[in-house]
Design a protein around this ligand. Structure first.
Ligand code: BGC
Length: 907
């Protein structure tokens, strides 16, 4: 009996050990940061995964990746394309595929098995990627279009074109189709159909670029859409950014054109290819009578040609398509995701302003389009105009939309209920003026279609303070609304450009909320493509507006964002790719403008400094204006230190040394020229003049306190605890205040409801972030209701300081996290999480009766340093596994491995 008991006991132990043997799951397999991407044209795509576990202290000790040419082989564990064999490593990110050379069109199946300190995790689920056309000779298709205008097109000023419709019928062999892929680029935008069905759900595709440098194509698996025998394909082209939105003024690349290649592979291995060429038919007489991103779309449903994307349609009145000149840019597979309808919202109110004129309220300043449902007679025309706000009389306020006509028109065909939304325009709006609606419209006739780049929402952030939560919500809407395959300044007026300076530090905060990795990596390519031979980098990229004003603060975003992608996503590739261009730009600026290590050249100043009076756009008060040379020189220094870091990373010791030395000289010259030693401030003592050198590490140790005190005095005195800096300073202000122990002031700024503050915007009805602090009273000439630049470092401060989630010093991509919440009176809880590139990071704390209760989540294979705010070490209740490292500046410091931990401390 005793023996039997012992046997059971040991068997039990054994079973428990087996069950515990694999407490880890390998999840979220990604190729080039995307799951199962189709259309990758990189020779060595990079593979990444996450580990997840309910058990604490999981470390990867090695991995084995296998890549197979078929699912069967993969399932049989045969890596015929690549078997990495067991690699001893804790790395889970960007491991380059190193197997046999990938071929065009090849689908590669892969999985990974991971060894950890707690045993082996089994094989992951299967994942895949599909190669696009890797060699330019794979392209058999021709650029096809019609390089001319048609009646109704307008080529000057408010330019507009009717959409171009292309069609082609083809016969497929009576064989079984194994798979079929469509490779397509249609400029500006395309929508493709096969046998009456839409290909994909993407809108505004392909991604916007400088088409003379790079043209992106998309790849689709269209196997399901085809059949043996007669088939048809149709493509509609809109203007997008290819055909200029204003002439003169905005770059024009020409009339719409397309390249499409449909490849059908049969089960017997044979292939049939249908390409764009002069055999296609084309018409400009379709229902989309005009389209422009600024001015709207006009659609005449009476001109619809039912069945035009089906075989057997009579196209004898259509024209023959022509071979056109290629747009010039390199044809490349698109790596960032397309824009999609990411959400739909229902309007909250409709009012009749005067007979037949209705105002629809979406309840949210959104970006996208309105879908309408309408019934009426053929020829009835519904007109929609879009605005962000209303005038006192309840009509649309259009002054701040400037020259954009923002008008969609739908002419009914008069049959049954008609449902329509435009294809090639978008608006930034909360309110819509509706006229010409044949009957009394009701709320259910409308739907807001939120059109933005497809990306995961990775962040969650909630606090005990309602105003902070509200501002966060507004920021969320503003940021996503301005992701339009480039980060735009605004979505509503006749601008909508990728202004560099707006996103320098903003991109960091944004990266907590959204997986914006691929979008910003793409934007850096846009910036590089916009660089001139001389080295000059513009203020806007893609450079549809050609503004090469040469300053440090706007183009500097190029370098700052490459650093952000490395820090936040652990991705070194953008640095490798752009290092030479960044260096070239820095040299160009130095050679051309720097005198005795002082960079005087600047363009925009500390843009949008809160003005002293409500109607101004820019402050006129000299005590609020930061000198150009202060902005230029501090930025030159900061960017040199970043380039020094990049050079070290890329193992370029000579460069690293040069940047370090130069930075030293700049710092010295700057302090000699601008540091007012007796006063302990820089230049004319603006907050920006002080916070930049302080945050960038230029202030000699003995002056740091004095400089910081000046920031505090100015902020609390002149600005009465409100934002005290413009666009450049605000990128550092919140973090700077917390770094130097005044989170209370940052908190005050963050929760103010009086001018100037984000809370003031909320109090005055904003549902996004305004371009101006005084957006409700200032000149409409530059007063968008949906600009995110004034967020500065607010979102980075929310996550990095209030929630206390930061990279530990020296860590990137959160391999080691520093959890350090900065507390302020009045804030009782923060509940935040952020799905990092290595898994979910969580920080959730609350204060009750002087007790601080905190739960943190550290992704598997990561570790953390935890700063627990406390009166003294003995007042902390730490969980098992937390190793005490000592007290530091009011925090008890612990070291933990991966997992979930809860701390309680007495404050
Ligand atoms: C844009 C800004 C931009 C600024 C620079 C404005 O018109 O909307 O976002 O940064 O110009 O001058």
């Amino acid at each position: 009996m005793k023996k039997l008991f012992i046997l059971f006991f040991y068997a039990g132990l054994f079973l428990t050990a087996c069950a515990k043997n694999a407490p880890v799951m390998v999840t979220n397999l990604r190729c080039e940061s995307l799951s199962d991407p189709v259309g990758i044209d990189i020779a060595a795509p990079r593979l990444s995964w996450e580990l997840s576990s309910d058990v604490n202290d999981i470390r990867q000790t090695g991995y084995r990746i296998i890549v197979a040419s078929s699912l069967d082989k993969l399932n049989a564990g045969e890596g015929d394309l690549w078997d990495s064999k067991f690699v001893k490593s804790d790395n889970t990110l960007y491991i380059p595929y190193s197997g046999s050379k990938p071929k065009s069109r090849m689908k590669c199946y892969w999985k990974v098995k991971v060894a950890t300190n707690k045993g082996d995790a089994g094989w992951s689920a299967n994942a895949s990627w599909t190669s696009a056309l890797l060699d330019s000779s794979d392209w058999k298709a021709e650029w096809t279009g019609l390089d001319k205008s048609f009646p109704g097109d307008v080529l000057e000023k408010n330019t507009r074109l009717s959409a171009r419709y292309f069609r082609k019928e083809f016969t497929l062999d009576p064989k079984t189709i194994a798979n079929a892929s469509l490779y397509i680029s249609g400029l500006g935008f395309y929508e493709a159909f096969i046998n009456g069905k839409r290909v994909g759900t993407q809108v505004f595709s392909p991604t916007a670029t400088d088409y003379s440098k790079s043209v992106k194509y998309n790849t689709f698996d269209v196997t399901e859409l085809l059949k043996a025998g007669a088939n048809a394909m149709g493509v509609v082209l809109g203007n997008g950014r290819f055909f200029s939105m204003r002439q003169p003024g905005i770059r024009n690349f020409g009339f719409p054109k397309m390249i499409t290649q449909l490849e059908v592979t049969y089960t017997d291995g044979s292939r049939q290819t249908i390409v764009s060429d002069t055999s296609w038919k084309v018409t400009a007489n379709g229902p989309i009578r005009s389209n422009s991103e600024f001015d709207g779309e006009e659609y005449d449903a009476r001109m619809e040609t039912p069945g035009w994307t089906l075989a057997g349609f009579d196209d004898k009145n259509w024209l023959q398509a022509e071979k056109t000149e290629a747009p010039g840019g390199k044809l490349e597979a698109q790596r960032n995701r397309n824009i999609q309808i990411m959400e739909t919202i229902s309007p909250i109110a409709i009012t009749e302003l005067k007979p037949g004129m209705y105002i629809l309220d979406m309840g949210q300043n959104m970006v996208g389009k309105l879908r309408i449902k309408v019934k009426g007679k053929a020829g009835d025309q519904v007109k929609l105009r879009f605005a962000e706000t209303l005038k006192k009389d309840g009509s649309l306020y259009l002054d701040n939309i400037r020259g954009a006509l923002v008008t969609d028109k739908y002419t009914l065909k008069g049959k049954d209920v008609e449902i329509w939304e435009p294809s090639f325009t978008y608006h930034g709006f909360r309110f819509v003026e509706i006229t010409g609606f044949p009957v009394t419209p009701s709320l259910s006739d409308f739907e807001g279609r939120v059109m933005i780049d497809e990306m995961d929402v990775t962040g969650k952030f909630e606090t005990s303070n309602k105003m902070i939560n509200n501002i966060y919500k507004n920021a969320y809407w503003g940021i996503r609304g301005n992701y339009r395959s480039m980060p735009t300044d605004c979505p509503q007026r006749d601008e909508r450009m990728g202004w560099l300076g707006d996103r320098a530090v903003g991109s960091l905060g944004e990266s907590f909320i959204f997986d914006n990795h691929r979008l910003y990596a793409k934007w850096l390519d846009d910036i590089e493509q916009a660089q001139r031979e001389t080295g000059s980098i513009p203020d806007v990229a893609p450079n549809y507006w050609q503004i090469y004003s040469d300053n440090m603060t706007w183009p500097g975003a190029y370098i700052i964002i490459a650093g952000m992608l490395y820090d936040q996503f652990g991705d070194k590739e953008p640095i490798i790719k752009h290092y030479a261009s960044m260096k070239k730009w820095m040299n160009y600026m130095k050679e051309k403008y720097m005198i005795d290590y002082i960079m005087k050249k600047d363009t925009y100043g500390d843009w949008c400094m809160p003005p002293e009076s409500p109607e101004l756009i820019h402050s006129k008060d000299s005590t609020r204006i930061t000198a150009a040379a202060v902005l230029g020189t501090t930025f030159y220094y900061h960017l040199s230190t970043l380039l020094n870091r990049f050079a070290v990373l890329l193992d370029k010791p000579v460069d690293a040394d040069q940047f370090a030395k130069e930075a030293e000289s700049v710092k010295k010259a700057f302090n000699e020229k601008f540091l007012d030693k007796p006063a302990g401030c820089y230049s004319n003592n603006t907050v920006t003049a002080n916070i930049l050198p302080l945050r960038f590490g230029m202030v000699p140790d003995e002056y740091k306190n004095a400089v910081f005190n000046n920031i505090v005095e100015k902020t609390m005195g002149d600005f009465k605890g409100h934002v005290s800096a413009g666009l450049v300073g605000i990128q550092q202000l919140m973090r700077g205040l917390s770094d130097y122990g005044r989170t209370d002031i940052a908190y005050q700024i963050a929760t103010n409801t009086t001018y100037p503050s984000w809370g003031y915007m909320v109090e005055n009805g904003a549902t996004t972030i305004w371009e101006l602090w005084n957006g409700n009273t200032a000149d409409p000439a530059m007063n968008s209701g949906n600009h995110v630049m004034l967020l500065g470092d607010l979102i980075a401060w929310y996550y990095g300081y209030l929630a206390g989630i930061q990279n530990a010093p020296g860590s990137v991509g959160y391999k080691q996290i520093a959890f350090k919440p900065y507390l302020s009176k009045g804030l009782d809880y923060v509940d935040a999480s952020f799905r990092s590139i290595r898994g979910l990071i969580g920080s959730s704390w609350k204060i009750e009766d002087g007790a601080f209760t905190w739960t943190i989540k550290v992704p598997a294979n990561c570790s953390a340093i935890v700063y627990v705010p406390v009166s003294g070490k003995e007042a902390v209740k730490a969980p098992a596994g937390a190793k005490y490292n000592g007290m530091k500046e009011g925090y008890a410091v612990f070291q933990v491995a991966s997992g979930t931990y809860s701390f309680i401390s007495k404050l």
